[in-house]
Design a binder for this molecule. Structure first.
Ligand code: ADP
Ligand code: ZN
Length: 749
């Protein structure tokens, strides 16, 4: 059906996004009107001609026909920033499921006018003899304040005083300054001072010469870029192989051609060192965006970007929507990281969205990682992305030695401590040699997986090969199929009473360290100790400066830090992420272990890594210990293919929430029925995994139910989503219910 109506907004600002007006699309313009285009419309009582942006199209009118006016024309001229953002929002809405309003709010920066720190420069307008004459006159009349001021101005070689200098002279008022300006004696110039959180950093001129592998990458990119080819590249390089150096070299190419670059990093406070390196290389050309910035800092950064004063944007996921008018390159560092998936609606993935934005504006995309996501590596294998590989560490550093400790053995030998005999010995050694240690407790994805302490058996769902989750009501459940069984201490394999939910926190480990190594200085870094702004950075700097012997922390300690003196990394329980109840747990574990291991031996001394685990034979752990990405990929790919998990299929999660338990359940049943009906007779139907409670079944008094859908073609799922949403929008059953979508989820529900 033709889309005859267009929703138009007139003022594109965060505050006005919900003021949407419907217009008819004239026959002559059908096909040309799509989200993002600028149009001329009659507006208000007098039908003045105004400009607006089309944000979406529909087949049906929301008002009586005769009340709807017609679009007059397409606006001439180049595509503005706003158009790009609207197209991007339309992409987010269609792909990830949200309202247009939610999508627009995601891509549009808040344009609050926050008071910018203003400073006034004063420059002399008169010639020196003229000014000296006035000075003499003022002195005669005893205008002391003004005389002193004018004298100071005359003394300066450039006859200019900055705001700060004026303050130092003191006592001259704004009123006096204004008056002097009116008399034509001076000019006042307001300078905006952009708040720069990294202003203390100095630009450095020296460069490391690229090695052969790095140079090859630069050469290929430059060749493509100059030939006008825009591609997506995957840079696979072991930790410390110099990926960041490569990004900077590529950015230089792009800047040289007058374009801008966006660099995404997973979480800025964890990757302070990366930001610092960009700043040292490119100085004031860098605008940093991050979540803990004040509103003022953010809007300053956006302003510098919009005005083309800053050409490199560095920031987390949301920096993807920076208003770069001349975008040439998007770099996504640590592209496998879960932080690139938004956890609020629209639940977009920055990688896919970046590729879409790049395609729209003629930019290239570089994805970088030591452990590429299954998605990206598979696409590179299929030739959709160009693969670059860096095999060697950049400087002289060599990869660390890794050993695996079987915690079941330790248990049998009567060791109930969190440290195995071997790890304990190695910690003691390092403490004696005054070398530093990092201890890593991986808690992400941990939702009470249940295992036998004696034999290591993990209690799994008989239908899904996914570990069961312990619920407080005394049951074990599968969150994919709803299977449930009563919890028992007895192990189904070895029959001994050692089955328990795994519970180990950083605080417990800290206590254990204090008992076993009383003299050691321990720094604990986790959600609790890093709430304050800059606290990450301060703690990491303190550790880097040798103020502690042991850094103990969650995954936040494994990212992007180089410590010369760290020669031992201990991973206390590698299983914690292995048996979380979703199909990505193997991949996530491999990534975390590789990253953690990569922290050891970044300097001249040989590094060592100890991995403690109940599953020493698991492929994710073995391959991580060998730092063998290829073997990991093969094993993981076999598993994903067999069970048709992404990237060999797409998944759509439908999350249904309601304050009423029965309403949530009814709504989910209804959705399931609609899906099944719409699939009847289909050759290749969408698979529907049975609906059930989410693992977080109740959150803030809201009941949560989920359905997982799976199909090899994304379009099938997206189409189904749109048809469901059309019913949900109108059917009274869904009145008190919120329905959210998560396309290709990174987390389980
Ligand atoms: P990655 O981003 O892959 O972890 P980095 O770019 O941070 O790697 O490089 C790791 C270390 O190696 C850094 O200290 C960096 O300065 C150094 N390095 C990178 N490339 C080279 C090179 N070609 N020659 C010497 N040192 C290098
Ligand atoms: Zn199951």
């Amino acid at each position: 059906m033709t889309k005859k109506y267009a929703d138009v907004i007139i003022d594109i600002s965060h505050e006005a996004l919900d003021k949407v007006f419907q217009y008819r699309v004239p026959f002559s313009l059908q096909g040309e009107i799509r989200p993002g285009v600028r149009v001329q419309i009659p507006f208000g009582k007098g039908n003045q001609v105004r400009e607006g942006y089309v944000i979406s199209l529909s087949e049906t009118a929301d008002y009586p026909e005769d009340l709807i006016k017609e679009i007059l024309a397409l606006s001439p001229g180049s595509v503005a920033m706003e158009s790009q953002m609207i197209r991007l929002a339309a992409f987010l809405k269609d792909r990830y499921g949200s309202s247009m309003y939610q999508a627009l709010k995601t891509v549009m920066p808040v344009k609050k006018t926050v008071a910018r720190k203003k400073k006034t420069d004063v420059t002399l307008r008169l010639t020196v003899p003229e000014a000296e004459e006035i000075l003499r006159l003022w002195e005669k009349r005893n205008y002391r304040v003004r005389s002193r001021f004018l004298a100071a101005l005359l003394q300066r070689p450039d006859h200019t005083l900055s705001g700060d200098e004026i303050k130092q002279i003191g006592s001259i008022s704004q009123k006096d300054l204004k008056k002097m300006e009116e008399q034509g004696i001076i000019t006042l110039q307001n300078r905006m001072l952009y708040r720069n959180p990294f202003s203390s950093l100095q630009k450095k001129e020296e460069r490391v010469p690229l090695n052969l592998e790095q140079s090859a990458v630069l050469e290929e990119f430059t060749g493509d870029y100059e030939a006008g080819e825009r591609k997506t590249y995957l840079l696979h390089g072991v930790t410390g192989s110099g990926k960041t150096e490569v990004y900077m070299a590529l950015i230089e190419v792009v800047l040289g051609m007058g374009k801008q670059a966006i660099v995404l990093i997973p979480e800025i406070s964890l990757t302070f060192q990366t930001v610092r390196r960009f700043y040292e290389r490119f100085g004031e050309q860098v605008a940093v965006i991050h979540s803990r910035m004040s509103q003022g800092e953010k809007s300053d950064s956006y302003m510098r970007i919009e005005q083309g004063e800053a050409n490199i944007v560095v920031g987390p996921r949301s920096a993807l929507f920076a208003p770069t008018g001349n975008l040439g390159l998007i770099v996504i560092d640590e592209e496998h990281d879960g932080a690139y998936k938004s956890d609020s609606t629209p639940k977009y993935h920055a990688r896919e969205t970046a590729i879409f934005r790049a395609g729209m504006t003629g930019a290239s995309v570089v994805l970088g990682s030591a452990t590429p996501s299954m998605e990206s590596y598979t696409r590179a294998q299929r030739g959709e992305y160009t693969l670059w590989t860096l095999k060697k560490r950049g400087g002289d550093a060599v990869l660390p030695r890794v050993s695996i400790v079987d915690l079941k053995e330790e248990f049998h030998q009567g060791n109930r401590s969190v440290f195995s005999a071997s790890l304990r010995e190695k910690i003691r050694e390092r403490l004696e040699r005054k070398e530093q240690i990092m201890l890593f407790l991986n808690r992400r994805g941990f939702a009470g997986f249940v295992s036998c302490r004696a034999c290591g058996t993990v209690i799994k769902c008989p239908h899904c090969d996914i570990s069961l989750t312990y619920h407080r009501d005394g049951t074990l459940r599968c969150h994919y199929c709803g299977f449930s069984s009563p919890y028992s201490r007895e192990c189904p394999v070895c029959r001994r009473p050692h089955v328990a939910a795994f519970g180990l926190g950083t605080e417990k480990v800290e206590t254990a360290l204090a008992e076993e190594f009383p003299g050691a200085r321990v720094l604990r870094m986790d959600m609790d100790t890093t709430r304050r702004k800059h606290s990450h950075q301060k703690m990491l700097e303190a550790f880097g400066g040798g103020q502690a012997d042991i850094l103990l922390g969650t995954q936040m300690i494994v990212k992007g830090h180089d410590y010369e003196n760290v020669t031992l990394v201990g991973i206390l329980a590698a299983d914690l992420s292995l048996h979380s109840h979703d199909f990505r747990s193997g991949e996530r574990t491999f990534q975390l272990l590789c990253q953690a291991a990569g922290r050891a031996g970044r300097g001249k001394k040989q590094g060592e890594v100890v991995i403690q685990t109940y599953s020493p034979d698991h492929y994710a752990i073995r391959t991580a210990a060998d730092q063998d990405y290829y073997r990991f990929y093969e094993e993981e790919a076999a598993y994903r293919k067999m069970l048709r998990y992404p990237p060999w299929s797409h998944m759509l999660v439908i999350l249904v929430q309601s304050g009423e338990e029965s309403q949530a359940a009814l709504a989910v049943q209804r959705i399931q029925k609609m899906i099944v009906q719409s699939q009847s007779g289909s050759q290749n139907p969408v698979s529907v995994l049975n609906p059930g409670q989410a693992s977080l079944a109740k959150l803030k008094d809201t009941y949560r139910q989920v359905i997982y859908l799976k199909h090899t073609e994304a379009e099938r799922l997206l189409d189904l989503k749109d048809r469901l949403q059309a019913v949900i929008d109108t059917h009274p059953l869904f009145a008190g219910v919120s329905v959210q979508y998560d396309f290709d989820p990174m987390n389980s529900y």
